[in-house]
Design a protein around this ligand. Structure first.
Ligand code: GLU
Length: 468
């Protein structure tokens, strides 16, 4: 097995939302494939025809695309492979590792009751009966699993997990209507997709034992298993709605950047020493499934916010402007020509404190306002006759500023205050209010640069032309 290139996969069921746990599983599979120079595949487990709508499938495509975890090949749709699943069962029947079970519903019920009182799993008599004695009635096909011994799952995360075969019943492979069952489909698909490593949530650990028996029944080698502990909420309980968010789309809507999510999710159950912040390249270089910790990981909003702030401070302003513009639009703020450029220009001055792109949107409202700005009562109060006179002189100073950047404007504002014989406190709040219309804005020089010279002077002119 070790000489074959690694193939990992994510096999989500399209249920309408993409859970953050699925995203983390996808990330670990992607990282491991990249780390080993292997392939990362996607299989849509859409055999539940009622729930598997095209919309639900699209949610998975969108979630993976947003996270930047696209598969290396076209997706495989499990439901389209029913013929392959049936063929595999025929091979097992031929090998004697599966049998047709003709128990009627009543017989099955009676066997169930007996098995319960005897403290054992259900065993059909058709395990050992000759198919020649078969009655003419519906049957299921079951795996002829070993009744003794144990099945060992040598799990990369959990260590050696042993299952007693006497506790595993003969799994149904094909139902009476001939449709394949879940565990069978997973095994046939993983094998035929060449999957070498199955990395998934530990809610599937029991399935690993059953699937191992199916592999053996088919004469195939099982993959390497790695079962990841679930993600819990900050309080240690299973992650649920009340913890704030659990779907990938919710994190996107809350203004988290995909690279922050990747960094954060990588840290949920895996880590590289004390490194909190790392690039995709570093994660790929460092990642190994063996280093995944076995204990459940807890969602920590403060850490996620810290990382998101880091990546917001790193991102290209033009990209953030695009994201922030969408937030403004979703809040019914009509965007004008030039607003993208305005946002991109302002973002470097407001992003340091932003934990999400929603906060970045709050912090950029002031640049999108149209002249003349409506000034709140508090701003008007600051515009005393004395201040207005001073602002006429300030306007001239600003208009003459040779450079329009933060250090130059800070120096010029300070010099102006000194000339006027007042503290900056006499100028700053009123000017900021005039520039921002009372919305949050950065410090004075930052606000001036974020708005640009023309707009700043224009807003100041508007305020000065108001009737006092
Ligand atoms: N379809 C399963 C799920 O969404 C995953 C199965 C697997 O990874 O083997 O939980």
């Amino acid at each position: 097995m070790s000489d074959r290139p690694v193939v990992t996969r994510i096999a989500p069921s399209p249920t309408g939302a993409m859970h953050i746990g699925t995203a983390r599983t996808a990330l670990f599979n992607w990282l491991y494939a990249r780390h080993t120079g292997g392939k990362f595949l996607l299989r849509i487990e859409d055999t539940d025809r009622e729930r598997s709508t095209q919309d639900a499938v699209q949610v998975i495509f969108d979630g993976l695309a947003w996270l930047g975890l696209e598969a290396d090949e076209a997706p495989v749709f499990q439901a389209s492979r029913a013929d392959r699943h049936t063929l595999a069962v025929e091979a097992m029947l031929a090998r004697g590792s599966a049998y047709r079970d003709y128990m009627s519903p009543d017989e099955l019920e009676a066997e169930r009751a007996l098995a319960r009182t005897e403290g054992r799993v259900v065993r059909s008599p058709w395990r050992d009966l000759s198919p020649n004695d078969a009655p003419d009635r519906p049957f299921v096909v079951r795996l002829k699993a070993p009744a003794e011994g144990e099945t060992l799952i040598d799990d990369q995360v959990k260590g050696a997990v042993r299952f007693q075969n006497k506790d595993l019943d003969d799994l149904i492979l094909l139902r009476t209507d001939g449709t394949p069952t879940y565990n069978l489909a997973v095994v046939v698909d993983d094998h035929e997709m060449g999957v070498t490593h199955v990395i998934r949530g530990d809610d599937h650990l029991n399935n690993a034992a059953r699937q191992t028996l199916i592999y053996q029944g088919l004469g195939w080698t099982p993959p390497v298993w790695a079962h990841l502990p679930l993600i819990h909420g900050p309080d240690g309980a299973k992650l649920s709605k009340r913890h704030g968010a659990q779907a990938v789309s919710e994190f996107a809507d809350m203004g988290y950047l995909p690279e922050a999510m990747r960094n954060y999710l990588a840290k949920l159950g895996w880590g590289h020493g004390d490194d909190e912040i790392f690039t995709d390249e570093q994660a790929v270089a460092w990642f190994d499934i063996k280093d995944v910790v076995g204990a459940p990981a807890r969602l920590d909003w403060a850490k996620l916010n810290h990382l998101n702030n880091h990546y917001i401070r790193q991102a290209e302003p033009a990209r953030l402007a695009d994201l922030v513009a969408r937030v403004h639009q979703s809040r019914d703020w009509p965007l004008r020509d030039g607003d993208m450029a305005r946002l991109a220009q302002a973002i470097p001055f407001v992003r340091d404190g932003a934990k999400t792109t929603l906060e970045l949107a709050d912090a950029t409202v002031f640049v999108l306002k149209h002249r003349p700005l409506e000034l709140p009562a508090k701003a008007l109060e600051l515009l005393t006759p004395e201040t207005r006179e001073r602002f006429v002189r300030l306007r001239d100073t600003l208009a003459a500023a040779p450079t329009w950047d933060v250090p130059a404007l800070e120096a010029s504002n300070r010099a102006f205050a000194e000339r006027e014989g007042v503290g900056l406190g006499k100028i700053g709040p009123a000017l900021r209010a005039v520039l921002s219309g009372g919305s949050p804005a950065p410090d004075l020089a930052g606000a001036l640069v974020a708005l640009g010279k023309d707009e700043s002077l224009g807003r100041l002119d508007d305020a000065l032309s108001l009737n006092s």
